[in-house]
Ligand binder design. Sequence first.
Ligand code: AMP
Length: 220
Amino acid sequence: MPAILIDGHRQEKTLKLSTIPNWLVKKFKYMKNIILFGPPGSGKGTQAKKLLERYNLLHISTGDMFRFELKNNTELGEKARRYMDRGELVPDEVTIAMLKARVDKAVDSEGIIFDGFPRTVNQAKALDDMLDSKDAPIRALLLLDVSDEERVERILLRGETSGREDDLDEGIIRNRIEVFNNETAPVFSYYRKKNLAHKVDGMGTVDEIFRRLCDVLENL
Ligand code: AMP
């Protein structure tokens, strides 16, 4: 049963949602909006899938969205292609507009898992503005902490089955890691200053890592 925010305070008592008028539920629904954060190959996609099985959350992956656009040869896909092919970031204005349209359509989940977004501080600020206007701010950023060697190994392994070209070329993989270090890593500090950043050990089995993530989520 989700906790409810009343007058800004989290009520620990569980309330039966069916006894509360709909408008109140909508207004005070305590959304668990989280950012699953980490460099390429840190396991965000794998863990996002498991989190969805346990919690009623919506998964928004900007990488998946771009791949969908590419596959369908849309105008947006065309815009993104040359950046993705090189392992570079698609420009903020394109990415933010796509994300905003998706978030605006998200109504009935208990929260959103953002996967692969935000990747720049500029995107983080845009996301915060977007969610603040809905009274549903980011509750936590979870960093999956994985060693460099382990990540490159995981990406190459994934490339064998995913067919993702940017997972098969070591030059592109290295570029993605460099882009992460230069442009995306500052997003962690941005949320740390807001006391929302959590570092989670991302080494070990999928289930071990999942349990660590659940521990953090359940204590939010
Ligand atoms: P991912 O599946 O998250 O690794 O994303 C694959 C590629 O999509 C990235 O290398 C970028 O080219 C592009 N992309 C995904 N998310 C973003 C984002 N938030 N900002 C800019 N580019 C992105």
